[in-house]
Design a protein around this ligand. Structure first.
Ligand SMILES: [Zn+2]
Length: 650
């Protein structure tokens, strides 16, 4: 079932890249990129034209300045790379070409890219470009950059052949006629957003000017389409999913300075959805989740671009409400794609389709905005929890992605097939696993904020400082940072003290213990003039705790540090067809999970570590002995995150 690999599978990607670089010299890079120094192109090759108005306290370091070292995150990125590289461009382009009247004999893709699916093109001309661009920004992935460049060149041909006004899609404009006329159609602008964003990302991260030209032409078509549509009609049309159209248009405005794109972006303000949020009212019950989160991401970007504080209010209130009232212990949100219940009511939501992976991707993207504005470590607590539990472990060893991460006890993880899925979550997953280094290190004017404990290296040439982080976290309950500098460097370091670090932390610098008293959920400052080779050892012991469903304390999950633990329930009755293909597991095939008896509130009453095995636990004092491991490590077996508990009778 492994996707066809185009290169020698015995080579690691790093070896392959090194070989490619030697073989090709600089030919793999366009001339204008070669002229730039290693650090000259940050998250954005081109400098934005529009000055941002909304204030950020902190900036993430550009991905080009952060490199992952060996570990579970670099492995996940490598797996994603293999999957993306295995997808033939001719198959990805097939429906774009046919729609444009360009012959294609390629075998059509399946799933949501199959020739009759009304979302076709969302991955094949959208997510794939974003993922290739992000891989290049993350890891100088010249193979995927070349793949993305080739796709852009062919999509430019399609755009030219399709429509003089700049339309580009894998289906005809007739879909937009249906949208305008109120007839049934899936979500044309959802797809349009992915295609525009894919091209924009190829411009931002890879310097592909042709991709920017395509995105601008697409905006031109959009302008002509929207012009005759009145506000009332548009409000009705906005009830159909339109993804992050506002975000990509704000970005296009920021990159080009062209006011037309700002006006277009604001046209995508969704009054009916935004108004209650701006008034701090939770009117989310009954709404589709992943349709709406990207609109809030757009609002957040809108605040940064325009300074309109209403956008900031919308984003802050929404995030707070979803994270505090509508989120499981994993960090995920949604059941059966929506918010089905009143705030804080999750007890009957642990279904086979709780939770959708896209929601986590988009909530984390939104979190980055809020964190940048506030610098509040608690935003990164949420980010870390969601990253470890709902992102890591949602692709299999061949890079196939999950759609629903089921929370119904006794079910299992399901994944797509190589050419027959292409779900929304395949797309957001492909982007996620291309940018795992984007949130580890942040900075203000003076210092570095170390937020995630991931084996990696940060270069900050402006300060003349390199930080090497070595850790096997979460297997190791701490991390080691080594400072590399040519001369004395004075950048203060701010070390995130996670909210789960209830047992405190210890910090040593070059063996000398430091006074480290920062509370969980804040930062431990480390101020000194750094010299080359300074070594900082950090230890923050994890501990077991429970996380109950808010409206039913008897439904408990076990947590260890940021990790949701999953009980291993065996693989009895599972077939390959049950695991590969379906959006989520079939509740009809669940198995009963034994209840847990507890004699008090403390989790230690029913669970204990397995001695000598890192991150392994077992139930204690139960009729059935069950092993637990982190949810992210579960694959091809049944599990439960939440347990029904009952007090042991005296
Ligand atoms: Zn999805």
């Amino acid at each position: 079932m492994a996707p066809t690999m185009k290169r020698n599978s015995r080579m690691t990607r790093r070896q392959w890249l090194a070989a490619a670089a030697v073989g090709a010299g600089t030919a793999a890079f366009p001339r204008h990129l070669c002229a730039l120094s290693r650090f000259a192109f940050p998250g954005s090759v081109p400098q934005p034209t529009v000055r941002e108005v909304g204030s950020r306290k902190l900036e993430a370091f550009p991905m080009s300045q952060v490199r992952l070292n060996a570990g579970i995150f670099s492995d996940a990125m490598e797996t994603n790379h293999r999957y993306l590289a295995s997808l033939p461009n001719d198959r990805l382009l097939h429906m774009f070409r046919l729609t444009a009247g360009i012959p294609s004999s390629a075998e059509p893709l399946g799933g949501w890219e199959e020739p009759k699916c009304e979302l076709r093109g969302h991955f094949a001309g959208g997510h794939i470009l974003s993922a290739c661009a992000l891989h290049f920004a993350s890891d100088r992935d010249v193979e995927l950059k070349a793949k993305g460049d080739a796709l852009v060149a062919e999509l430019a041909r399609c755009q030219k052949a399709l429509d003089a006004k700049g339309y580009l899609s894998a289906y005809p404009t007739e879909f937009y006629d249906r949208l305008r006329e109120g007839k049934k159609v899936w979500a044309p602008f959802y797809t349009y957003h992915k295609i525009m964003a894919g091209h924009f990302d190829m411009y931002v991260h890879c310097g592909n000017e042709q991709a920017l030209a395509i995105a601008e032409k697409m905006a031109g078509w959009l302008e002509s389409y929207l012009k005759p549509i009145g506000d009332e009609q548009w409000a009705r049309m906005q009830m159909v999913e339109h993804g992050g159209m506002n975000e990509v248009l704000f970005n296009l405005y920021a990159a080009t300075g062209k006011e037309r794109y700002l006006a277009l972006a604001r046209r995508f303000d969704h009054k009916r959805f935004f108004d209650p949020l701006a008034e701090h009212r939770d009117a989310l019950t009954g709404l589709h989740a992943n349709t709406n989160i990207p609109k809030v991401i757009g609002a957040a970007r809108g605040f940064e671009i325009t300074g309109d504080t209403r956008y900031r209010e919308i984003a802050q209130y929404f995030w707070q409400e979803v994270v505090s009232q509508r989120t499981y212990c994993t960090g995920g949100t949604s059941n059966n794609e929506g918010w089905q219940t009143d705030p804080g009511k999750l007890a009957d939501q642990l279904g086979p389709s709780a939770e959708e992976c896209c929601c986590s991707y988009n909530m984390m993207k939104l979190t980055r905005y809020l964190y940048a504005w506030s610098g509040d470590a608690r935003a990164m607590d949420y980010y870390e929890r969601t990253l470890f539990n709902t992102r890591l472990g949602t692709q299999d060893s061949d890079g196939l992605k999950m759609y629903y991460l089921s929370l119904m006890p006794g079910l299992w993880k399901t994944y797509g097939t190589p050419y027959g899925a292409f779900w929304c979550c395949t797309g957001t997953g492909a982007e996620e696993f291309a940018k795992l280094g984007d949130s580890i290190y942040w900075h203000d004017a003076e210092g570095i904020y170390i937020n995630l404990f991931i084996s990696s290296r940060l270069d900050w040439p402006e300060k003349g400082i390199t930080l090497v982080q070595e850790t096997r976290f979460p297997e190791e309950e701490g991390t080691t940072l080594t400072v590399r500098t040519r001369g004395p460097a004075s950048a203060p370091l701010h070390l995130r003290v996670p909210d789960w670090a209830a047992r405190g932390l210890t910090v040593t610098i070059n063996g000398a213990e430091q006074n480290a008293s920062a509370a969980p959920g804040t930062y431990q400052p480390l101020n000194r003039t750094w010299k080359d080779g300074d070594k900082i050892h950090v230890r923050f012991p994890m501990s077991l705790r429970t996380a109950s469903i808010p409206d039913d304390p008897s439904l408990q999950a076990a947590m260890y540090g940021p990790l949701a633990l999953a009980g291993r329930l065996g693989s009895e009755g599972l077939t390959r067809e049950m695991i590969y293909g379906p959006l989520g597991p079939d509740a009809a095939h669940r198995i009963p999970v034994p209840p847990i008896t507890v004699s008090g509130d403390a989790v230690g009453n029913w669970i204990e570590p397995v001695k000598g095995e890192p991150l392994a636990f077992r139930t204690r004092g139960q009729a059935t002995d069950i092993r637990l491991i982190p949810l992210y490590r579960i694959s091809n077996e049944r599990y439960t995150v939440y347990w029904k508990t009952a007090l042991k009778s005296a």
